[in-house]
Design a protein around this ligand. Structure first.
Ligand SMILES: Nc1ncnc2c1ncn2[C@@H]1O[C@H](COP(=O)(O)OP(=O)(O)OP(=O)(O)O)[C@@H](O)[C@H]1O
Length: 173
């Protein structure tokens, strides 16, 4: 599967979402906007993601979605990001899901929509015994990294402890 080429930025130094620019209805400028965002999205290694999430520890877990588990990552610089580790189910389906979510996030450009700041797509081969022979099982890690939202999800505010009036909810969106 092809994803963005790695940025040569030092991932340890932290991430910054690309400067906001409004989407245009012009398909050429939309394409160049997406190309710029693809270049700005940092390619992070699993090693770095493990370091900044305390090895995806339970205490860093901030949420659970249909496609993955979200952890709080803290860079050496103190910058915080949300790290969504996608579930591993079926190779083809997982790749499709990753690609669709990645591309949709790259296309979206709105101040109320959380920005994708980085990603990881890494495949390893793990040696294991099968019928007394060593085989190398393939394991792929797919991760999407977002700006960290300190106040949690909108869902939490709507259905959580605070019950908002309908009008207020619509205004929040
Ligand atoms: N950028 C973020 N900053 C802070 N918390 C987040 C962030 N993204 C997700 N979370 C937390 O993780 C939870 C799960 O998010 P996730 O995106 O995986 O699931 P979802 O919103 O249910 O969408 P889906 O499962 O359809 O992808 C959210 O409800 C929220 O509490």
């Amino acid at each position: 599967m092809e994803v963005a080429s790695p940025s040569d930025r030092d991932p340890q130094a932290g991430l910054h979402p690309s400067a906001g620019s409004s989407s245009s209805s012009n398909p050429i400028s939309r394409d160049s906007n997406m190309a710029r965002k693809l270049q700005n999205a940092a390619c992070l290694t699993m090693r770095v993601l493990q370091q900044i999430t305390d090895n995806f520890s339970e205490k860093r877990k901030i949420g659970q979605g249909a496609y993955g588990t979200v952890y709080k990552g803290v860079h050496a610089s103190g910058e915080e990001i949300a790290v969504k580790l996608l579930h591993n189910n079926l190779q083809g389906t997982d790749d499709e899901q990753f690609k669709r979510e990645f591309e949709n996030l790259m296309r979206l450009d709105h101040h109320n929509i959380v920005q994708l700041v980085g990603y990881c797509y890494e495949t390893h081969h793990k040696p294991m015994l099968h019928n007394e022979e060593t085989i190398y099982a393939e394991e792929t890690n797919r991760v999407l990294c977002f700006e960290y939202m300190r106040n949690g999800s909108l869902q939490k505010h709507i259905f959580g402890t605070r019950l908002l009036h309908f009008e207020h909810t619509i205004r929040s969106i």
